[in-house]
Ligand binder design. Structure first.
Ligand code: PLP
Length: 400
């Protein structure tokens, strides 16, 4: 008897979603968990965005929209790309979907055939390899060590490319490391990519507003215009505007790809929620004060967390340049034993010990393709963060 399709057997539920579920279960059992697994802002969606959604409902904007989103939203997206990167994306080069996640999935679905390879630098966002597998592709994971800032270098990129390479995925600022590619680093990667005209690049820019450096995060398409036709840059309102539940993401790329994505979208969901699109239009086109204020808060949390973690013997953390995660190196505690005599052999053991001993929930690095680390999210209150870092220090002190 046949059960589900092979593609389902190839993939697993997202480890972040699984971790969040585990935290919910423990909380339901009455345990007080210091939860550092969250992948979404702890802020509320800005009031003017909510108002735009309520107004949309009142005005009757409650019907199907065009498959590729309302003209208002597409225009707000095009304006942002022009303002921010000087990129000109006409209507037929923008797709809108139910979250950046759906847009990335659709792009892979639209382009991968069996055996096509997708180069994924590790540490990577957990969903990339599974999305590739679900769409018959082959993930080619390229480890990018902390000594390289967790970033892909031109040499490593060149060695990973083959005749079957369809995509290279670049995520800057990155989840889980917060690594951000400078314009020069992007230019150097572009130098390799220009020699391989069959390779396209998916640049996931969902955290691009959450940046702690000076200036702004650079986009490959803007840095190297000769690649513009081969770059698909994805983004969304989830992280920047604390709108994870509204489910709006978008992508800008060449017209052929956008057409294919829209054809798939027309058979999958017809369009994203009309109400959420009105909200996203207000978010992108309206006052950006919320973004500046929340980034200032993330920055101060980042500074506090990095200091607290680096004060713990055996743990260390490179300050993330963007996003709201820190990727903690825990190789210094591997080989120790818990008070009950159990050896701590892997990052998964470290995460389990933190949870069992001090009720701190983190996600182990192997889930991101990089054993020897764990991810903590600072999209949570200062009180929880401080308490969690103190608890991590206590849990560490128990290991010998
Ligand atoms: N890309 C990265 C790197 C992410 O971390 C996430 C969310 O966790 C997404 C894309 C997708 O976000 P959404 O589907 O909410 O737009």
């Amino acid at each position: 008897q046949r059960g589900t399709a092979q593609r389902v057997g190839r993939i697993k539920p997202s480890p972040s979603t699984a971790a969040a579920q585990r935290v919910r279960e423990l909380k339901a059992q009455g345990r007080d968990i210091l939860d550092l697994t969250v992948g979404e802002p702890d802020f509320d969606t800005p009031g003017h965005v909510k108002d735009a959604a309520i107004e949309a409902i009142r005005q009757g904007a409650t019907k199907y929209t065009p498959v590729n989103g309302t003209p208002q939203l597409r225009s707000a997206i095009a304006d942002r790309l022009r303002r921010r990167h000087g990129l000109d994306f006409p209507d037929d080069r923008i797709a809108v979907g139910g979250g950046g996640k759906q847009i990335i999935f659709l792009a892979l679905m639209a382009t991968l055939d069996a055996g096509d390879e997708v180069v994924i630098p590790a540490p990577y966002w957990v969903s990339y390899p599974d999305m590739v597998l679900a769409n018959d592709g082959t993930p080619v994971v390229v480890p990018c060590p902390e000594t390289d800032g967790f970033k892909l270098t031109p040499d490593r990129l060149a060695s990973a490319l083959t005749d079957r390479t369809r995509w290279v995925v670049l995520n800057s600022p990155g989840n889980p490391t917060g690594a951000v590619y400078t314009a020069d680093e992007l230019r150097a990667l572009a130098g390799v990519l220009l020699d391989h005209p069959h390779v396209h690049v998916l640049t996931d820019e969902i955290y691009d507003e959450i940046f702690f450096g000076t200036g702004q995060v650079h986009s490959l398409a803007a840095v190297e215009p000769r690649l513009a036709d081969r770059v698909f840059s994805t983004n969304g309102v989830s992280k920047t505007y604390a709108m994870t539940g509204w489910r709006i993401g978008y992508g800008a790329g060449n017209a052929e790809l956008i057409r294919a994505i829209n054809t798939l979208q027309s058979q999958i969901s017809s369009c994203p929620s009309s109400i959420s699109q009105a909200a996203a239009t207000a978010a992108l086109g309206g006052d950006q004060g919320f973004v500046h204020d929340s980034v200032a808060v993330y920055r101060s949390r980042r500074d506090a967390v990095v200091k607290l973690i680096n004060d713990i013997p055996g743990l260390s953390c490179t300050p993330p340049d963007g996003g709201f995660y820190a990727f903690v190196n825990c190789t210094g505690v591997l080989g120790t034993r818990t008070p009950s005599g159990q050896e701590v052999r892997t990052d998964e053991d470290v995460a389990a010990h933190l949870l069992e001993s001090q009720s701190v929930a983190v996600i182990h690095g192997a889930a991101y393709g990089s054993p020897g680390y764990f991810r903590i999210s600072f999209a949570t209150s200062n009180d929880v963060l401080t308490a969690a870092c103190e608890a991590i220090a206590r849990a560490r002190a128990e290991l010998s």
